[in-house]
Design a binder for this molecule. Sequence first.
Ligand SMILES: [Mn+2]
Length: 271
Amino acid sequence: MIRSAVTISLVSQARGGPFVYWDDLAGSMQRAKELGFDAVELFLPGPEFVDRKYLRSLLDELDLSVAAVGTGAGMVIHKLSLTAFESPLRDQARQFIREMIDFGGEFGAPAIIGSMQGRHTDQVPRPTALGYLTEALHELGAYAGRHAVPLIYEPLNRYETNLCVTMESGVDLLETGQVENVKLLADLFHMNIEETSIAHGLLAAGEHLGHVHFVDSNRRAAGMGHMSFEPIAAALRQLGYSGYTSAEAFAFPDSDTAARQTITRFRELFR
Ligand SMILES: [Mn+2]
């Protein structure tokens, strides 16, 4: 069964980004539960920012799960990237991600590599960048396996990376590199920009699909843009997808409205 999740950001430097809830962890989790979400996806400044016992007690009390944890703060705050020209920055990027894998792993949640993949540049040509990325996914995928969770890799749109922008290129990266325990994240906002057909993109991801960012064409909550969700839901059903569809959307017009709109659309499509 497909499960619902909603994003919570505690990263002040990411203000204005596509996260539904902000700043107040306990209050946001309370709202997520009241609205009927199964889980929360957490975007945190780092692995030590939230006390683990405190988070565990909130999850138990509210009967919520952690769907995934983001690693983008490594880029947003520390300017780290797995494909940086400077090797210490690449090493620190891996270390930051390992620590986020350990944090998420404690809650049975995978870590997501999105912006931390970086991009190819004049200094780091495409084959070199793809080599760095593949090597990192190898190591970090195996590392995540210690917690019995996968690692999640997210192709992004062309304005955010120039490495993998479609599901097909993500599959190619994983299969060519023989990368194990790494799943793909299908973000419907990025796919709306890059894929010929979003449904076909999902089917191309196939067994590699591990997580979905559930959002409309304009990055508002599902139902607030011009995305055709029926073929998307049909493709997920065809795949037998049983992971999360997680609302990574702007808090527009406000957090509660975006969350309520998301769960309403989710129920229409998947319940
Ligand atoms: Mn995303």
